[in-house]
Design a protein around this ligand. Structure first.
Ligand SMILES: [Zn+2]
Length: 281
């Protein structure tokens, strides 16, 4: 069993990156990839643990893109996180996000909501996401749940919403491939729900494949058995490789476990071999 999608506290998870390998061993995983959102900062600490665990440790990233007007996450598996150009590209995303966060906090201040002392809360190695801001809002009494705070203030159409200069999927695929990684669409089922649940992936996924997509996260903690089967078929018909993971966030997503997700996820080992056949030569 493997898990090719998990997060550390370098993005919005709660575990330290160097603790994840040991947790992977405890979960009985033969391989684990760390795929923090829009950052490579946890990978050195994570990969440095290779000699003390039996699980195979793999580098990764999850890039936030927009496709057809909706959030689409693209996993970059096996990326060379030391590649200078790739590091610069990923760093440029942080600057975009910082600009957006500053704007959100400014908008909130304009509404007399002061949840952040500094101009921007982003730290050296951490990225502040809207999920963090929603939490700050609820902690300060603005909204009774994170979801409510998110929708009211910072979600699209929210009172303090600020747009983000998103990456396009084709740009993300290019960045990942040039860093010797394999690009895969993360949790495609979730995208379908954003699109009202009636979304038909076939032609859209074929378009993405034409842009350089190599993998589809068919096995995912929130996918139903039908969704998993559907995306595995889609991989077959498009010549893409399936991937899979839990999207573990530690306490950031309570109940979602490494490897097994919400309970019944099992990503077979052979998924990794098929994915590695997609490595750029
Ligand atoms: Zn994720």
């Amino acid at each position: 069993m493997i898990d090719l999608h998990c997060h550390s506290r370098c993005s919005d998870g709660s575990d330290r990156p160097h603790d994840l390998p040991r947790l992977a061993d405890l979960a009985g995983l033969s391989a684990i990839a760390l795929t923090d959102h829009d950052t490579l900062s946890g990978l050195d600490d994570f990969l440095d643990q290779q000699n003390s665990v039996s699980a195979r440790l793999l580098p990764g990233i999850e890039l936030s893109c927009v496709f057809l007007g909706q959030d689409l996450h693209v996993l970059g598996l096996f990326v060379d996180h030391r590649d200078n150009l790739f590091r610069e590209r990923v760093e440029s995303l942080k600057l975009r996000r910082q600009r957006r966060n500053r704007q959100i906090f400014q908008n909130l201040r304009d509404m007399n909501i002061n949840i952040c002392q500094s101009d921007s809360p982003d730290g050296e190695d951490t990225i502040v996401t809207r999920s963090h801001i929603a939490e700050m809002l609820t902690n300060a009494g603005h909204g009774s749940t994170k979801k409510e705070a998110f929708q009211k203030y910072i979600g699209e159409g929210g009172l303090a919403y600020a747009p983000f200069e998103y990456l396009s999927p084709s740009e993300a695929f290019k960045w990942i491939k040039e860093a010797k990684g394999v690009p895969a669409v993360a949790h495609p089922g979730r995208f379908g729900h954003y699109m009202g649940g009636q979304f038909v992936w076939g032609p859209a996924m074929a378009d993405l494949r034409g842009m350089g997509l190599e993998g589809i996260e068919s096995y995912y903690s929130e996918h139903s058995a039908q969704e998993t089967a559907y995306f595995l078929d889609l991989c077959d018909s498009l010549g893409a490789a399936p991937t899979g993971g839990s999207d573990y966030h530690g306490n950031g997503k309570p109940g979602c476990k490494l490897g097994t997700g919400w309970g019944d996820l099992r990503v077979p080992d052979e998924v990794l071999d098929k994915l590695m056949e997609k490595l750029p030569r």
